[in-house]
Ligand binder design. Structure first.
Ligand code: SAM
Length: 301
């Protein structure tokens, strides 16, 4: 590839173009197309199957929004599982919580992990050497089918559910039942849940599927510039409700765990993340479809 721009499809009719400053890597692993490109506006980007996963300029937004709300909602998470998370930024945020004693990250593609460590080490900031960190290369769903270990927090940070992609079966009721089984009694899970606009149907179906699997399910979102969208997340739990935490509770838990240096998530912003604009709230409330293995949800492009 040697074009001046890269084009990222949001739907089949809308795309975002990024001006390329430097091509760093381009290749295909057993599972997906992997490109690492330095862009003019977003710094170095990891791109999988044409979708920006992380950009050095603004990845902190996505990874802090994904990790800290569920980690803070659990009263004292000691064991954490990340499904996906290949570039290591999700692991970086988890290990900021001093209460964590064991972190397992299961990613399908060793190439993504290796290439991210080589070309974008600032995303993982050395977590791969942390003695609490354990890397497993394999399919996240197969791992959970065999796993007898129980976790306090499970973070599903896999690629978007694309028809030809490797992750769409990790957005179904059957998968969420496996997640539920792998949680301890006070367990909390979260998943990235695609764009609240460009793939609003998927976002609402993921939410409704989790709402029909867990006693507590809460949708939230954050604007991610390099995703060019209000990005959706869904947290679900067996007992704890993130909305029950006050600004004081969040501040106290972050302080007790020595979590510092955050650039996006703050105690007063915790509740705000769950405030959804009326049109999104209505879509979420009115969604009746559930994603199953026989009828998964897919991104529009
Ligand atoms: N932050 C990104 C986002 O939300 O768009 C995702 C982070 S990370 C790059 C996504 C990871 O999911 C990739 O490393 C990919 O290899 C992994 N992945 C995709 N399908 C998977 C599966 N079935 N099991 C485990 N990991 C998977």
């Amino acid at each position: 590839m040697n074009w001046r721009w890269i084009v990222e499809q949001q739907t089949e009719h809308t795309a975002v173009i990024h001006t390329v400053k430097r091509y760093i890597y381009s290749g295909r692993s057993k599972y997906q197309q992997i490109d690492i490109i330095e862009t003019e506006d977003y710094g170095v980007c990891l791109i999988l199957d044409g979708k920006v996963q992380s950009s050095t300029i603004d990845e902190f937004i996505y990874h802090e929004a994904l990790v800290h709300p569920p980690m803070v909602t659990h009263p004292s998470p000691k064991s954490v599982l990340i499904v996906g998370g290949g570039e290591g930024a999700t692991a970086r945020e988890v290990l900021k919580h001093s209460c964590v004693e064991r972190l397992v990250m299961v990613d399908l593609d060793e190439e993504v992990v290796k290439l991210s460590r080589t070309y974008i080490p600032q995303l993982s900031e050395g977590v791969f050497e942390d003695k609490r960190f354990n890397l497993v290369i394999g399919d996240g769903r197969a791992y959970l089918e065999k796993c007898r270990e129980r976790f306090d927090v499970i973070i599903v940070d896999v690629t978007d559910p694309l028809r030809e992609g490797p992750s769409y079966l990790l957005y179904t009721k059957q998968f969420y039942e496996l997640v539920k089984r792998a949680l301890n009694p006070e367990g909390v899970m979260v998943t990235q849940a695609t764009s609240t606009f460009y793939s609003s149907k998927s976002y609402c179906v993921i939410y409704n599927t989790l709402k029909n699997t867990f006693p507590v399910a809460r949708a939230y979102s954050a604007w991610v510039p390099s995703y060019n969208s209000l990005w959706g997340f869904v947290m679900a739990s067996l007992k704890h409700d993130p909305l029950s935490l006050s600004e004081h509770d969040v501040a106290q838990r972050l302080r007790q765990r020595g979590v510092t240096g955050l650039k996006f998530y703050t105690p007063d912003y915790h509740q705000a993340l769950f405030k959804m604009p009326l049109y999104v709230r209505k879509q979420l409330e009115e969604e009746k479809d559930i994603a199953t293995d026989d009828n998964p949800t897919f991104m529009p492009a």
